[in-house]
Design a protein. Structure first.
Lengths: 217, 217
DNA sequence: GACATAAGCGGACTTCAGTCCACATCCTCT
DNA sequence: AGAGGATGTGGACTGAAGTCCGCTTATGTC
């Protein structure tokens, strides 16, 4: 199967439409105004207690401008964490092992779950607030495809292609979503470490159950 | 551990506020009108292509009546599948083994996952359509507590109380939600049987990994 | 059977996400 | 530098969810 090399200047499956290379000056000014206004509102009244009109007013722009930039509320909230999310994806693809390439697949898988959960701690609220109303849902978001590809690849390297490998990859990815994470964190009141340990146990179970016979004791 | 017998006349943690025993005749008439109107609309235009005003008009009642009965769109859609959902819960609690009480816990667990997935096939769209906008989300819904208690109990009976037992129960429950199910079914285009088999593999992995040492080969 | 009252009813109203389009602004090319 | 076209802007508008409250009606009591 031919593997297409990623274009040199852009991260494939990036989480958000990156700013065009030639962004008009006014557009850039307004984009920054909108982002900082949104951050200010989140800080001041909480993440779901302001309307898009509030954002437009706070930023001193019209609603049309808001929606031209960020297609909907979901994307606007996502954009707030665009930088850390990019950084996370970069670590994943080009970073140092065990999260980045180079470590054995099982180790990388564990590192991924861990890193993802630690990323969610502190960022999940933005993702969920965006998913709450109308916008693109979890599975429809391009970034989900990236994470899924990553986990499925590592899992295949660990346990080989089996009839359930893809399903198990999804099962491992499941608890790494914003909603399940916040459920564990807020409703079940688990600590971040408890969640991480739980996920490691799950991953170990999946790896052990279908591991190549040679590795069984 | 003492096991509390369920109260004789009411199913605990029922999925919806049941109709009061003394329902006024007009209220009952309107409730039935609303439900059948909603079913008709779903049939005619699809589950998310009608507004609450449409329902009110089709049923020949005012919006206030609609919202007095069914607090929001989410609950209205849920109410459409209230009967099969009740039946499913009854099977779970009082039905014949292996789904109902009497079978060994591991077998009951598998039966639960299977039954849940088969229930979702055909009903998940109603649940998800309700969750899409505003209403009570998955983890907040009372019925989730019932399912979780059930799975956690069975899992404890299988692998004992461990630091991760609760987490693993949630991990098993995760793929049994409407959203993950529809993702598998629609986006990944798996058949119902493939999903069931995948889930059984997941459950086996979890059971095997933490199984009491005596049962290890 | 008439009355009192609590329960039910209906639709105008509010709020908010997202769309649309006439107008303004900026960048490029000559 | 100026013209012209592409791009960006703003706010009026639409459609839908959910609330509110004065009116209506069923039901239990005398």
């Amino acid at each position: 199967m031919p593997h297409v090399a990623p274009p040199p200047f852009e991260l494939p499956m990036s989480s958000s439409p990156r700013t065009p290379e030639h962004e008009r000056a006014d557009a850039r000014r307004n984009r920054e105004r909108i982002l900082s206004a949104t951050a200010r509102l989140v800080e001041r009244v909480g993440i779901d207690c302001f309307s898009m009109d509030d954002v437009a007013a706070e930023a001193g722009v019209g609603k049309g401008t808001l929606y031209r930039r960020f297609g909907d509320r979901s994307s606007l909230l996502r954009a707030l964490i665009s930088d850390p999310e990019q950084a996370f994806q970069d670590e994943l693809i080009r970073g140092a092992p065990p999260l980045g390439p180079g470590a054995p697949p099982a180790e990388r898988l564990h590192a991924f779950g861990d890193a993802m959960l630690r990323f969610l701690d502190g960022h999940a609220v933005y993702i969920q607030a965006g998913e709450l109303l109308g916008g693109v849902k979890r599975y429809g978001h391009p970034v989900h495809a990236l994470y899924r590809t990553h986990v499925a690849l590592l899992l295949r390297q660990c346990i080989g292609e089996g009839p359930h490998t893809e399903y198990l990859a999804d099962a491992l990815l499941g608890p790494l979503g914003a909603e399940p994470f916040l459920y564990q964190r807020k409703l079940r009141e688990l600590t971040l470490d408890e969640i991480c340990n739980g996920w490691h146990a799950l991953a170990d179970a999946v790896l052990a159950a279908s591991a190549p016979p040679a590795t069984r004791p």
